[in-house]
Ligand binder design. Sequence first.
Ligand code: ARG
Length: 335
Amino acid sequence: GLDTSVMLKWIQDSYEAEVVTLTVNLGQPGEDYGVIEDKARRLGAVECHVVDAREQFAADFVAPAIKANANYGNGYPLFTALGRPLIAKLAVEYARRSGCDTIAHGCTGKGNDQVRIEATVATLAPELKVIAPVRSWQMGREEEIEYARKHGIPVKGGTEAAPYSIDDNLWGRSSEGKWIEDLSHAPDDDVFQLVTRPELASDEPETVELSFEAGLPVALNGEPLGLVELLERVAAIGMRHGVGIVDHIEDRIVGLKVRDIYEVPAAAIVLKAHKELERLTGTIHQNQFKPGLDQKWAYLVYAGLWWEPLRRDIEAYVDHVNRNVTGTIGLKLFK
Ligand code: ARG
């Protein structure tokens, strides 16, 4: 994106340092990894790594989130919060392999991602330094675009208007910035790049059947699928039916309130299905007790505490309850 591209050039100029780039595929749709690598090399990277981490992301990060009905602040299924600890963990691995002494990330000072990435590096590799150029260079978005133009750095979405700030992976997509920061502004149509707006969605409802085994979805409409493919297929169906639009004002861990527009078709369907099936297979006491643990789990992950031992402790209970969450459930999707 814009920040990391400008950063790549800026680090070389400001530190006279060599830069190794790492791009992680977490299932963000429509990404051309060949183009990214090309761009990185043209901007002076000495090594460019592209890692397909979709399977690991689904198995180790999204799967526990499904079992814990992960949902922060009544609407945010945590896709970014789940992706950051994995990206940072891979950054540590690649930094060590390439002999880097510092990890640079592209987070601003406004959000949660700086905390998630720095907490991960501090936990897994306290000997590595961390720099956050976007947080320290004091260029606004318009100035970044100006810098990019001056240095021949291509900017997605044209160079004139500042683009939305996007993050996405196979579990969801977020847009921030521009009018989204104006709470009285209802969503403009162009923000929806994934989910068909309900007014344009199919007039025919569609029923999907999801089969779960021990708390995880294993088949869609009777067809057994691996988790990555299942989530991609469920997302595609949800998108057609206008499912998974969330307009969210969020309590950030740094104390700010920030509005996000989320498009989370896969999470909207899978979490709903899981929660209902879990409620059906649990006893009244389990059903009263678990939401409090789920909420704690979601907050730890939201707050960048993926490596906090309490997360695993909670998962021990969550997994135990989920042993019984096996069965098939149907959902009708309509606008
Ligand atoms: N608000 C969400 C979070 O803190 C998503 C942030 C995604 N970043 C973005 N630039 N859109 O996890």
